[in-house]
Ligand binder design. Structure first.
Ligand SMILES: Cc1ncc(COP(=O)(O)O)c(C=O)c1O
Length: 443
């Protein structure tokens, strides 16, 4: 599988890379040419352990044979079927399988191709739901500071990351935000859900008092805010948010693009926390990253609200050319089979304690300000260098890639890890040993 360095393209310039410092990358590219199970192969042939499941998505590990074979078979059988007014059997089969995994009456699935599309779809369904029920004044959407909901206009509007918003104008009106649940002073070095902070859900009552419930359509949160550093919900927070939404007729959306499909030891975080939202967005792990796919799970009552009026009329004017693409559906079905056959969600649950223990072994190393393990993921905050926010994180990432043969995410000076769920205990040890060395070098 290892390829020679000649696999580095001569001209890196034409590709404008997403969420990447392009000029720095092109001076010293981090190119990957192959993958298998827990490892990536770099363009110089080195094998790197994947501490990030790609980008939080390859939950079943890389290039798993049953998923590869399913994609190959489907590509040779049905390359594409129109998503509007026609369909194919695997779309229905996969929707049933996903609904069966979801808690409560979350039993209908709308497919799209990414987390961003899933978020925009869920927000549109929320607005349309109130509209079809005669509550057209419910147009406000509530997100949360430090929330990441992808990069569509809807997603950045409800998202709470200033850099993702500030270049893009006024976005859309009528969005407000809950405060972040993270407070280092009160929560530093918490394992799992912090004790402090459930009361922050009551801020929703304050927003209701400010705007009036009759103007609010939905609240969207990540059960664990992953992209901004792995911020687990304080104990009791999500329950309180659910109760306040119920009190005011506001829809609750869990963005489970990362927390879905085993990352927290369950099919969905909704199950871990025993809180049933009105919609769940998912992507990434549904195909273990092998083919782009996203979707929205909705409760029966929401779907039913649309299924009125003359039967020849389209009920929801929304969809994508590649909704439920045959290759994605084939990959999704094979992935769900693999999760079940190998018990990967249960495996993640069992590994949570050794994972947290290994992560916590970094406490006391230079510049480590906080460590937040939850499920099979962790955020590690490093102190920023004076006047160079993000530099230490980037140095750690580069050292990991070029010298220590380990890959993880760096978000500013926070390191985020989320290995494939097939990781072994000894590989967990290996990842954190490497990380300890890296943290010492970047001190
Ligand atoms: C919670 C959440 N929502 C949405 C997205 C966007 O997904 P995509 O990059 O597939 O559009 C992400 C991506 O990381 C995410 O973490």
């Amino acid at each position: 599988m290892a390829l020679a360095a000649s696999s580095v393209p001569n001209d890196l310039e034409p590709y404008w890379m997403p969420f990447t410092a392009n000029r720095a990358f092109k001076k010293r590219p981090r190119l990957i040419v192959g993958a298998k199970d827990m490892h990536y192969i770099a363009s110089d042939g080195r094998k790197l352990i994947d501490g990030a499941a790609g980008l939080w998505c390859t939950n079943a590990g890389h290039n798993r044979e049953p998923i590869v074979a399913a994609i190959q078979r489907e590509a040779a059988t049905l390359d594409y079927a129109p998503a509007f007014q026609f369909s194919h059997p695997k779309a229905f089969e996969l929707a049933s399988r996903i609904a069966a995994l979801a808690p409560g009456d979350l039993d209908h699935v709308f497919f799209c191709n990414s987390g961003s599309e899933a978020v925009d779809t869920a927000l549109k369904i929320a607005l349309a739901y109130h509209n079809v029920r005669g509550n057209a004044s419910r147009v406000r959407l509530i997100g949360r500071e430090r929330g990441y909901h992808g990069v569509g206009f809807g997603g950045i509007a409800v998202g709470g990351i200033v850099n993702n918003r500030k270049q893009f104008g006024a976005l859309f009106a009528g969005v407000d935000h809950l405060p972040t649940t993270y407070n280092r002073e009160k929560q530093a070095f918490s394992i799992g859900e912090p004790e402090w902070g459930a009361h922050l859900a009551d801020e929703l009552d304050r927003l209701v008092a400010l705007h009036d419930a009759s103007t609010i359509a939905a609240v969207i949160v990540e059960p664990v805010a992953a992209s901004t550093g792995v911020l687990a919900p304080p104990k009791g927070y999500l329950e309180r948010l659910r109760a306040i939404c119920d009190k005011h007729g506001i829809l609750l959306i869990f963005d489970e693009v990362i927390t879905g499909y085993g990352r927290l030891g369950y099919a969905f975080a909704a199950e871990r926390y025993g809180v049933i939202p009105d919609m769940i967005t998912f992507a990434k792990g549904i195909t273990s990253g092998a083919v782009p796919m996203g979707g929205v799970l909705v409760r029966k009552g929401i779907y039913d609200a649309f299924m009125k009026g003359p039967e020849h009329v389209i009920e929801l004017f929304h969809g994508y050319t590649y909704s439920a693409h045959p290759l994605a559906c084939a990959a999704g079905l094979a992935t769900l089979d693999l999760y079940r056959a190998e018990g990967l969600f249960e495996r993640a649950r069992k590994l949570e304690t050794p994972w947290a223990k290994a992560a916590m072994s970094l406490k006391g190393l230079p510049n480590v300000l906080d460590i937040r393990p939850v499920g099979l993921t962790v955020g590690i905050d490093l102190a920023s260098k004076p006047d160079a926010v993000g530099k230490r994180g980037m140095e750690a990432l580069e050292l990991g890639f070029f010298e220590h043969d380990v890959m993880f995410r760096a978000v500013g000076d926070t390191l985020a890890l989320s290995p494939p769920l097939i990781v072994s205990e000894s590989q967990i040890g290996e990842i954190f040993d490497k990380l300890a060395n890296i943290i010492k070098v970047v001190a």
